[in-house]
Design a protein around this ligand. Sequence first.
Ligand SMILES: NC(=O)c1ccc[n+]([C@@H]2O[C@H](COP(=O)([O-])OP(=O)(O)OC[C@H]3O[C@@H](n4cnc5c(N)ncnc54)[C@H](OP(=O)(O)O)[C@@H]3O)[C@@H](O)[C@H]2O)c1
Length: 234
Amino acid sequence: MKDKVCIITGAGGGIGSAIAEALFACGVRLVLMGRNEEKLKKTAKGRECLILPGDLCNDDYIKETIEKTIQVYGGIDLLINNAGVAQSKAFEEISMEEYDMIMATNARAPFLMCKKALPYLQESSCGTIINIASVTAHHGYALQSAYAASKHALLGFSKALSKEYYKKGVRVHVISPGAVFTDMVKISRPDLTGEGMVLPEDIAETVLYLIKMRGSASVTDEIQLHRETKEPFM
Ligand SMILES: NC(=O)c1ccc[n+]([C@@H]2O[C@H](COP(=O)([O-])OP(=O)(O)OC[C@H]3O[C@@H](n4cnc5c(N)ncnc54)[C@H](OP(=O)(O)O)[C@@H]3O)[C@@H](O)[C@H]2O)c1
């Protein structure tokens, strides 16, 4: 993995920064995306990488990030679409503006990231896309209609893309975590204490596994990672 080039969205905290930490340790050259530059710098801890802050709902940000990555590193080997927004709200209270923002962040942005990165991923000897969905991509929970719609969309898109690009040498994987102890879950489910939850580092381990096990044609393109609980989770 040393010197491979990886773009991570939502790298400023939670799961994204844990993935960045694991990849830094493997000598991967990273491009960190997210809205908050200070948070991205905190993830980088002064290590060499590209810090490109911006809003994934802005198409130009995505286009310019890919261009800058190619200019600086000359290629792209790995793309991790991790950024996302959650919501816990009754269906009748969700505005169409909120719905559009959630779909734009969780479904449209990964679609466009893939579209712009795939020409370069195809040139790589280990082109891999990992999309972070959610258990909500597989189940529907009350108060999560917009979030569930966005994550189902991401999962469906990823399944189709994995078939379309397998023979072209690019692997497309989805990780569908249950509750992971990050700011997202702390805000949306303040009642949960973190006990028994998946940690961001567990997701980072899964990402490393998927990247390293590329040689095995039998690797599943979909992993559901959650612990059994009677509570609904993000
Ligand atoms: N935590 C869970 O329980 C859980 C469970 C299942 C799936 N997931 C999924 O895992 C992924 C990471 O979640 P997390 O728990 O690590 O949440 P988090 O700590 O809230 O991190 C989400 C990241 O996404 C970035 N982001 C959100 N909207 C963005 C936008 N418009 N443009 C650019 N960046 C944007 C944020 O960047 P800024 O901070 O800079 O705004 C933040 O770094 C998400 O896709 C989430 O749906 C989480």
